[in-house]
Ligand binder design. Structure first.
Ligand SMILES: [Zn+2]
Ligand SMILES: [Zn+2]
Length: 222
């Protein structure tokens, strides 16, 4: 149940933040993004990876790699929207490919969430800055407000849909360890990229370092 509600709540929070703090959003969102990247990566390393690899079949690593590759492919069309590079666009055509790849990512990351509580928190936290960025992008684009809301709603439903699909298709259930490994690959790529990009030009940034440390600590004690 939480796996259905929390991801929707995350997108709603992102939407509200984007609507309230419109112009001042930039620096705060970057910090939130760094925090979410560190938190998600820590959850993966501290809890999810050991679980997936614990008495795992020999070829489990292949699935982690496959997930990583899927994320690399998705980012060709999403242009890195998962880590906050949606650019303001005046084009009349809506970037459907970008939206589609974000949705595929969101469905896939929803698969293991009903069985993995801490991963659920990791994904939910990671969704908030993405939702903020996506909302700001939609409202600045040529899309009407109602269309933007519809698209955001679709996006919000994707991760719960993934959880639902996974718990209702017995085929996926039987291979849930492989599915989890695949999702590890997807999320490893996203979270490390967010962290990597958060230290542009390798400049020292105390507040960023602080939120990254905080993300790691909270995930450790979760
Ligand atoms: Zn990026
Ligand atoms: Zn994600």
């Amino acid at each position: 149940m939480l796996a259905i509600l929390l991801p929707i709540l995350a997108v709603t929070i992102g939407l509200i933040i984007a609507l309230i703090f419109k112009p001042a959003v930039n620096n705060g969102v970057k910090l939130l993004l760094s925090f979410s990247g560190a938190f998600l990566l820590s959850v993966l390393i501290f809890e999810f990876l050991p679980e997936v690899y614990g008495d795992a079949p020999e070829n489990i690593g292949v699935f982690v790699m496959a997930g990583l590759l899927l994320q690399i492919l998705l980012e060709f069309t999403s242009k890195g929207a998962e880590h906050g590079h949606v650019h303001h666009s005046d084009e009349k055509t809506f970037p459907w490919l970008l939206f589609l790849s974000l949705c595929v990512h969101a469905i896939v990351e929803g698969f293991p969430l009903s069985q993995h509580q801490s991963l659920l928190y990791g994904v939910v936290i990671h969704k908030i800055p993405i939702a903020i960025i996506l909302t700001a992008f939609f409202f600045n684009s040529a899309l009407s407000k109602s269309k933007s809301i519809v698209l955001l709603t679709i996006f919000a439903l994707m991760t719960p849909l993934g959880s639902y699909i996974h718990s209702h298709i017995s085929y996926l259930q039987n291979y849930s360890q492989y599915v989890s490994a695949f999702v590890v690959g997807v999320l490893l790529h996203v979270s490390t990229t967010i962290l990597f990009e958060s230290s542009k030009n390798h400049q020292f940034n105390a507040s960023k370092l602080a939120v990254i440390g905080l993300g790691i600590l909270i995930a450790y004690f979760l």
